[in-house]
Design a protein around this ligand. Structure first.
Ligand code: ADE
Length: 360
């Protein structure tokens, strides 16, 4: 179903007129500033527009230029990101801002090829910035666009495989409008978001229903083909919220694990969910001492928290230290008062528990 040149012209004409009539006015579509376009694309990865929009507004207000973002404290960036998930995106974004300032005098490279060399920028994001900001004729193929292409042009290869991807990108390079690649890319994304939606698209009103492979073969539910090789890891986390007065003991998570850079509590991971704290082993004498000096109260609920590759079951105990006497805390931990806890970047689960427990 590779379209010939005339079909490409016809496809582009229809797509553009659909876009001009139907698109949502979104702030990143009103700018040619590569920094703001890049911000929007990082925020919108794995995030719906409705959820991402307020974050885009907050980030562009707080950090109006790449210099502002580069100069920011990582903690503040993570705090502003809180709730969007996939925190490595925020850390990479911050790193990239510094890279753009340090290596490019704060100017984003002006081609998709050079943009690809920046940290955290994949083929899609590099193409999106190059086309939206610099009008380069490169297709920007994200999840929405894979779906639109697979259905209309009948591409049945696995969009997650390398060969499949090559096929989509080759077709994208053929179909993209050379005159107005920016509008073409926005239109494909928007068409996938509004018309060619994942479940139950309303094909009777679709402008392409006379030439759509999926509609002709009633294969909207089968296309695009996505073969997932995802294995989900089950983890059991047991948190002790050490509390003295209004202060909580927290520390920054480090190392190669989830929630890096965010703050959490004393954690013991176990092989299954522990019903009582004495089923958990933690040889740290400092923690044992805190445990002996504190009063334990269980948070009755077991929280289930789903991440992309992990399913967490999480239990919390309050561990209240009476009085105001100084007590040694486990390595890396420090006490933070109520106002400090409020502004520290935290996994959303921890924020939720502190709110449900009436602390925040
Ligand atoms: N999702 C990713 N990029 C987008 C864009 N530019 N407009 C709308 N949704 C998007």
């Amino acid at each position: 179903m590779i379209p010939d040149d005339l079909e490409v012209i016809d496809f582009n004409r229809r797509l553009k007129s659909w876009y001009l009539e139907n698109h949502r006015p979104l702030p990143w579509r009103e700018t040619k500033d590569p920094y703001k376009i890049w911000l929007s694309e990082v925020i919108l990865q794995q995030t719906r527009v409705a959820q991402g929009l307020p974050y885009y507004e907050r980030f562009t207000e707080q950090y109006p230029t790449v210099f502002d973002l580069a100069a920011a404290d990582e903690r503040d960036v993570l705090r502003l990101w809180q709730g969007l998930g996939y925190y490595s995106r925020a850390r990479n974004m911050h790193f990239t801002a510094r890279q753009v300032v340090a290596d490019h005098n704060g100017k984003f490279p002006e081609s998709s090829e050079k943009l690809l060399k920046l940290k955290g920028l994949g083929q899609y994001t590099a193409a999106a910035i190059a086309s939206f900001a610099f009008d380069e004729a490169v297709p920007a193929i994200d999840g929405n666009v894979y779906r639109v292409m697979a259905r209309i042009f009948g591409i049945q290869s696995d969009m997650l495989s390398n060969e499949g991807k090559k096929e989509f990108w080759a077709l994208g390079r053929k179909v993209i409008s050379q005159e107005d690649p920016a509008t073409y890319n926005q239109a494909m994304i928007e068409f996938g978001a509004l018309q060619c939606v994942p479940a139950s698209p309303n094909c009777t009103v679709c402008i392409f229903n006379d030439r759509c492979f999926a509609y002709a073969h009633q294969m909207q539910g089968q296309l695009p083909v996505k073969i997932k090789k995802l294995t989900i890891k089950h983890r059991f986390l047991n948190y002790f919220i050490i509390k003295q007065g209004d202060r909580l003991a927290m520390h920054e998570r480090r190392g190669r694990d989830i929630w890096k850079g965010l703050y959490d509590f004393q954690l013991i991971e176990s092989k299954s969910i522990a019903a009582t704290p004495d089923q958990l082993t933690n040889p740290d004498p400092i923690f044992q001492n805190v445990l002996q000096n504190g009063r334990l109260t269980e948070v009755p609920k077991v929280y289930t928290h789903i991440l992309t590759h992990q399913r967490l079951q999480v239990r919390f105990w309050w561990l209240e230290i009476p009085g105001a006497e100084r007590i040694d805390l486990p390595q890396g931990m420090a006490f933070y008062n109520h106002e400090e806890v409020e502004v520290l970047p935290k996994p959303i689960l921890i924020d939720t528990v502190l709110r449900e427990e009436g602390y925040l």
